[in-house]
Design a protein around this ligand. Structure first.
Ligand code: SF4
Ligand code: FES
Length: 317
């Protein structure tokens, strides 16, 4: 039995005991209610991620039992560890809601409103954030950043103007691929994701940057413009693969596999990284053993068009 003492944290009036070292965001996810802050840069499987986007800000109304003073500023919940007796406000704090709306406005400064033609629409974290916290207008009067669309390699497409500089794709290259040919160049308002001059991204695991990208900046060239996500049906599928676990989600329109991606958990985080061969090259039905319809836990248009045993309507007459 562990002799580590759990600590108590209260989030929007609900108490939970968590191990020391847990962040506020992780504690909120353990509660799994509507107090969970959004997270556009933190990504559990990527150890360096978090602390970049500020969408997860919360108010710490009491720092701990020993020192119950409130923290003077809103804190990024993905990087702030809980203390025993900490009291946190998320949905109950108007300041947090106001800050989230401000961060959303900031993230949308350069982001084009091209959801109607963006492959990420329907599974885009920024689209969801804007839906809940976006304002009708922007206060930004300056020229927006403009970039030419680039293909970075045979399989990955980059739309820089959609990028929110969350660094997730950089950490995938660092931590999953162990080699990196791209990164964030320049600073501040000029920051942009870019490859080393004329370098293509071709590591066997690099396709995972598509799945971690919270917006439509990195998309799959083999599936580009094939279908809106809500017209496709998602299935859990697997194959014997000597490079990765081979457990994926295949996106089918009719009988055609239009896209293959990694499986994600209810927080939108990849469960197992998959290789480029499974992702880009295996588009025949014969390549895959279909396990059944993918259960999409989060509220998403992806869960439309799905059929499951307990949701099949029963005709009585
Ligand atoms: S390309 Fe996507 S994953 Fe990479 S930094 Fe930009 S938004 Fe993040
Ligand atoms: S998710 Fe915490 S700062 Fe981005």
């Amino acid at each position: 039995m562990s002799d580590v003492q759990n600590v108590k944290v209260t989030i929007d009036g609900v108490d939970i005991m968590v191990p020391p070292g847990t962040t506020i965001l992780q504690a909120a996810r353990m509660l799994d209610n509507d107090s969970v802050p959004p997270a556009m840069c933190f990504y559990t499987p990527l150890t360096e991620s978090g602390g970049k986007c500020r969408t997860c800000l919360v108010r710490v109304a009491a720092g701990s039992e020993k020192d119950p003073r409130p923290m003077p500023k809103l804190m990024p919940s993905c990087k702030t560890t809980v203390m025993d007796g900490m009291v946190v406000e998320v949905k109950s704090s108007p300041k947090v809601q106001e800050a989230r709306a401000g961060v959303t406005e900031l993230l949308l400064i350069n982001h084009p409103l091209d959801c109607p033609v963006c492959d990420q629409a329907g599974e885009c974290d920024l689209q969801n954030l804007a839906f809940e916290h976006g304002k009708a207008g922007s206060r930004y009067d300056f020229k927006r950043s403009e970039f030419e669309h680039e293909d970075i390699g045979d399989t990955i497409s980059l739309n820089k103007e959609r990028c929110i500089i969350c660094y997730r794709c950089v950490f995938v290259a660092n931590e999953v691929c162990k080699s990196r040919d791209h990164g964030v160049v320049f600073r501040g308002d000029h920051a942009e994701i870019s490859t080393v001059i004329s370098e293509n991204l071709n590591h066997e695991m690099i396709g995972n940057i598509i799945d971690v990208c919270p917006v439509g900046a990195l998309t799959d060239r083999t599936a580009r413009f094939k279908s809106r996500i809500w017209f496709a049906n998602q299935f859990d599928a697997h194959r014997d693969c000597d490079k990765c676990c081979g457990k994926t989600v295949v996106h089918k329109q009719g009988d055609e596999i239009i896209r293959v991606s990694a499986r994600k958990d209810k927080w939108g985080e990849v469960e197992n990284w998959i290789c480029n061969t499974c992702r880009f090259e295996k588009k025949d039905n014969a390549d895959w053993t279909i396990e059944g319809p993918r259960k999409i836990d989060r509220q998403s248009v992806q869960s439309l068009n799905h059929y499951e045993e307990n949701t099949v309507p029963v005709l009585t007459s």
